[in-house]
Design a binder for this molecule. Structure first.
Ligand code: HEM
Length: 441
């Protein structure tokens, strides 16, 4: 395999042996390389079986409690009184890694800059009530059912445009030509920016998460320069919208909302970043994930072709099976006994959604992709509680509409090789996925 991904059908046993070797106390699935190789599954399986509330030693990331079972994750996600989002929702990097990054000219990684309010932009996903609640309320109307109903024909038109421009009988990258295009077009609509700028949003979304040397940027300097350009673009937009009459786009909502118009520029940019990533990577990777999963489970693809009304449950099943955000982080505000372990105030707690969604005690045959599962929306991918994904219906809408349009046009989308996966244990996705569409209907 060209991209280094591990083929679990042939190398599966080796990966499994590795995960089960050694003492459980040393087990650490928080490794971007494991995720890029799609080799993290047996690590989580072992944790769910042997140590579901697992104290994980520091590695690339700081020491933390790994929560791996469905109901435990739900209990933490819905208990914001004890488990705080303040200060960031991704695993903080360890001191060792921080030093390595500083030595490479870094210090501006996803955790050190973007998810910690003291050192840069802050966002409501990383806040507790009451501030979280008022900021969330301000942007929610943009993705309300009535606004989504208005957006649906527009999204459908864009899907048609994208799909009708695809090459037939010729290999192409699905991530680039479809997943990125659709999510960028939708986001440009939500922000009300010119469509010609839509791919800049995709680029900026990648830049925020990028660590130099893994394909997106080469140096920290380049990352800083592009982040500056991103910030300037959106500060200009704020200045334009704040001086214009209130409108229905997200920037105008923030600039005129009584609770958000007084935000400082870091808070504003933090929310822009949140909406850029929230609306981009996650949905993009689900669109790619659907093509991947349907190719891995051809019987399910046949079922979908035979009954296109299964699209809605197929979308939810893809969101579970893919789990586009692998984890969310919390910090304990007080000492608490949880799952028989003593969690202390200040401890980092990580909810591994990717593992909870494969919890065999809650989901039947969890590793299988079953597009007509009863209660397909029963999954953890959108989280629970006060931070439950505000854009979840918009994500489902985009997925449903694109698949309705795909089924009208193409009898088959063939995966040509294993995709190149993202080097991250937070964003679980694909960078490149080569496919071929043999014919049109
Ligand atoms: C399949 C696609 C998506 C997935 C899997 C996803 C996942 C998530 C997750 C796991 C959370 C945090 C939940 C928690 O902490 O309990 C979240 C929050 C959020 N998402 Fe999404 N998301 C998706 C699509 C979107 C879209 C399209 C938008 C754009 C509008 C969006 C905007 C947000 C925002 C603003 C928050 C913060 C909510 C808060 O803190 O109250 N997401 N999302």
């Amino acid at each position: 395999m060209s991209d280094g991904a591990i083929d679990l059908t042939t190398a599966g046993q080796a990966v499994r042996d590795e995960a089960y070797r050694g003492p459980i106390a040393a087990l650490n699935p928080a490794r971007s390389d494991l995720f890029q190789a799609d080799a993290m599954w047996p690590y989580f399986e072992r944790l769910r079986r042997e140590d579901p509330v697992h104290f994980t030693p520091a590695g690339d990331f700081a020491a933390h409690w790994a929560i791996t079972k469905y109901h435990d994750i739900m209990a933490i996600d819905t208990n914001h009184e004890v488990f705080s989002s303040q200060g960031g929702i991704t695993l903080p990097i360890s001191e060792r890694r921080e030093q390595e990054m500083t030595a490479q000219g870094g210090g501006m990684g996803q955790d050190s800059l973007f998810f910690q309010p003291d050192s840069g932009p802050s966002m409501f996903i990383a806040m507790d009530p009451p501030k979280h609640d008022v900021q969330r309320k301000t942007v929610s109307p943009a993705v309300s059912p009535s606004n989504l109903a208005i957006m649906e024909p527009l999204i459908r038109e864009r899907c048609a445009q994208i799909l009708d421009s695809l090459p037939i009988g010729e290999p192409f990258d699905w991530v680039d030509k479809v997943s990125m295009e659709l999510t960028a077009m939708t986001l440009a609509t939500l922000f009300d920016i010119p469509q010609v700028d839509r791919r800049r949003l995709t680029r900026w979304s990648d830049i925020v998460m990028a660590q130099p040397g893994h394909g997106v940027v080469d140096t920290w300097e380049q990352k800083r320069a592009e982040m500056f350009e991103y910030g300037t673009y959106f500060l200009n937009l704020w200045n334009q919208r704040v001086n214009a009459p209130p409108a229905g786009d997200l920037i105008s909502m923030l600039a005129h909302g009584p609770e958000t118009r007084g935000m400082n520029q870091f808070e504003y940019l933090g929310n822009v970043i949140l909406l850029t990533i929230g609306g981009n990577d996650t949905t993009r990777n689900t669109i790619s994930g659907s093509v991947y999963a349907l190719n891995k489970f051809p019987d399910q693809y046949a079922k979908l072709r035979a009954d296109p009304s299964l699209v809605t449950s197929m979308v939810s099943e893809t969101i579970r099976w893919q789990t586009p955000l692998a984890h969310m982080k919390r910090v304990a505000k007080s000492d608490i006994e949880f799952g028989g372990k003593q969690i202390k105030a200040g401890d980092v707690v990580v909810m591994w959604y990717v593992s909870g969604n494969r919890d065999e005690e809650v989901i039947d045959r969890p590793d299988d992709y079953v597009i007509d599962r009863p209660r397909a929306r029963q999954h953890l991918s959108f989280g629970f509680g006060i931070h439950r994904c505000v854009g979840n219906r918009l994500a489902e809408l985009q997925l449903r509409v694109i698949w309705e349009e795909i089924l009208k046009r193409f009898p088959d989308i063939q995966l040509l090789e294993e995709p190149k996966r993202t080097h991250s244990c937070f964003v679980k996705g694909y960078e490149r996925m080569l496919v071929n569409i043999p014919t049109r209907h």
